[in-house]
Design a protein around this ligand. Sequence first.
Ligand SMILES: [Zn+2]
Length: 253
Amino acid sequence: MSDHLKLELKKAANKLAQGSLTVLSGAGISVASGIRPFRGKGGLWEKYDPEVVVNIDNFHRSPGDSWKMLREIVEVIAEANPNPAHLAVNVLERMGIVRSIITQNVDGLHQKAGSSNVIEFHGSTSRVICLDCSAIFPIAEVDLELIPPPCFNCGGLLKPDAVFFGEAIPPAALLRAHVESQQCDSMLVIGTSGMVEPAASLPAMARNSGALIVEVNPEPSWLTTTSVDIFLQGNAEEIMPLLLAEIKKTAEQ
Ligand SMILES: [Zn+2]
């Protein structure tokens, strides 16, 4: 570890240990769990174009074709496990330091790691929603041999309960995210470059309300120069356990 990183970890830990911390996570936190970001290399997204597969108009036009591809995606996500970054966030939540987790991911890995106060900006593929009667079921209960799978309630069309291209962010999630960003004392941005709205505006919103912003990313991002106070360079699954250890040290003092 470089002396610079060591120093920055200490600086971040001193502040974050004080609590009232909101985490904002993106695709980068789940890469080590085998879930590739939309734009990254490798995995499913080289085979499928997300803007085509995860597009609400295409889904309505031909749900059967969409589900054939979605099934593959949903199964990869269902088999994924949380990595040390998700686990570190959960420990911080149990220590009473993390107050909320805003995630752009649909993989449900924060919850699998044990976290409870998770705001899902883009929904989750761990559930399906019926487009006819609005009933929601766990994906595990759905027979994916039947394509498209019918609703248990009304026989209607089921869709993964994730936000597709062409759909709006759930208003309740958006509202909660705004409140958390304005009320937290610090925000920890993990694995998101903050280029895509509405998540992009949250760190600035938190900062304008007086919060300290810490960023964990492999490379500096747009956020680093616009709204970040402390930048911790590295992969989430490597940096987060280091940060957790440092916060534990600080909290014991
Ligand atoms: Zn239904």
